[in-house]
Design a protein around this ligand. Structure first.
Ligand SMILES: [Zn+2]
Ligand SMILES: [Zn+2]
Length: 427
């Protein structure tokens, strides 16, 4: 069987024959309703041009957003303002290296890598070629996208600005608007999945037939199984005994039938996140030093403070992002992992939906870290008030990262494995 025309569902592993789509149509999995691939406007060459233009615009706006200050605060005749990078430097200098590193990587480095790499790949595709390092660059985009949090940062900036208006006069600067535009451009860029770009490259710059790896896709061994590549999505023939040693015929990534040691690693990460969650809630996330003395705020006391000072909306947002989301995420992931380990056959659809919700909301827990980071960087009126991050914020940042690793490590196909499928591709 030729595997070039097969598409595997990411969430349940079902196989489908690829078919051309009508305008605005999306191909979905019949079993778990996961989107398999979507229609893109225009010919492949046109799609590459649109992506190149979009990413070029996004890179330009990204540089503007990083270059200019976000806001300036004025309090008692003193001014305080910072670019995002200066905010990171202030945090680092104040001894909050963990928070500084989280902001630096999630708000500057990973978004920069994602946009720059996509532009590089798209530029090559507009010329009908795979740029040098094509596979590695696209795999980098896949990884960086998971950790790039421009949209979370944008909401973090808005919350910080609203919070600051009660404390000082706030003047917006170009980077505030640039981050707004960047968030929209990133949402448009995100429509182009790296897997879709590998497929696009197959049409614009096909691999040569003489490529030795290429031929293995059409010469199956007697006991071979079909395994989809976790990087590019190509369905390959491989032998169960060679799990992890065979390489994908298109992108050379190691082929695994399921994520190796998924259940064990998920348990380990979940345990670490649960332990870290205790200091994250017990210890102060912020210290406010003013003429009246130094005061520490935990996540919960911050929520209560917002509520009591009339900012009920902000109190609810912080409460959901910092308490409801992390706790439900840990509980839901433990449920998914336990039922997958027990090869449960109950409610696979509900469990798949829970998995998708965890993947979607996980990153939003970083909101509190961004708010703390920006507040610390901006409120530096030495004689009047200085805010610094507390150990609770470091523990909370680690909880968010470790839980994201845990949900990334969980293989959703384990939910569907105990449920019979005839194993034949659907037409
Ligand atoms: Zn599916
Ligand atoms: Zn591949």
């Amino acid at each position: 069987m030729k595997t070039d025309q097969l598409v595997a569902c990411h969430d349940c592993g079902s196989l489908y024959h690829w078919r051309p789509l009508a305008a605005c149509e999306r191909a979905s999995c019949h079993r778990c309703q996961h989107e398999l691939y979507r229609w893109h406007k225009g010919s492949p060459a046109r799609q590459a041009e649109v992506l190149a233009a979009l990413t070029l615009g996004a890179v330009f706006v990204f540089l503007l957003a990083q270059w200019f200050p976000i806001v300036t605060l004025e309090m008692g005749g003193m001014l305080s303002g910072a670019t995002l990078y200066q905010a990171v430097a202030v945090l680092w200098g104040a001894g909050d290296q963990v928070i500084a590193a989280l902001v630096f990587f999630c708000a500057i480095i990973f978004p920069g890598i994602e946009l720059g790499s996509l532009f590089y790949v798209a530029l090559g595709l507009t010329r009908g070629m795979r740029v040098p390092g094509f596979n590695l660059v696209l795999r980098t985009v896949q990884g960086a996208r998971h950790w790039a949090m421009t949209e979370v940062l944008m909401i973090g900036i808005l919350i910080t600005v609203i919070k600051m208006t009660s404390l000082a006069r706030v003047e917006p600067h170009p980077a505030l608007f640039a981050f707004g535009v960047l968030t929209i451009l990133c949402a448009l860029v995100m429509r182009y999945e790296p897997k879709a770009l590998w497929a696009l490259a197959d049409r614009l710059a096909p691999l040569r037939k003489s490529d030795p790896a290429r031929q293995t896709t059409t010469i199956p061994e007697a006991d071979s199984v079909l395994v989809s590549c976790s990087a590019c999505g190509l369905v390959n023939h491989t032998c169960p005994s060679r799990d992890g040693t065979d390489r994908c015929a298109r992108c050379s990534a190691a082929l695994h039938r399921r994520i190796p040691h998924s259940v064990g690693w998920t348990w380990t990460m979940l345990l670490a996140a649960t332990l870290l969650y205790i200091p994250a809630n017990m210890l102060p996330v912020m210290y406010t030093r003013s003429i009246g003395g130094t005061e520490g705020d935990t996540i919960m006391s911050g929520v209560v403070l917002f509520w009591n000072t009339g900012s009920k909306g902000l109190a609810i947002i912080i409460f959901i992002a910092s308490i409801v989301v992390p706790v439900s995420k840990l509980a839901a992931l433990a449920w998914l992992n336990a039922t997958a380990q027990a090869r449960s056959r109950t409610a696979p659809m509900a469990r798949t939906r829970a998995y998708r919700a965890i993947e979607f909301v996980g990153r939003w827990s970083m909101l509190d870290i961004f708010v703390v980071a920006l507040t610390v960087a901006l409120v530096r009126f030495d004689a009047l008030v200085v805010i610094t991050a507390g150990p609770g914020a470091i523990a909370f940042g680690c909880v968010v990262i470790v839980t994201m690793v845990a949900s990334h490590q969980f293989d959703p196909r384990l939910i569907w494995d105990p449920i019979e499928s005839n194993g034949e591709p659907h037409v």
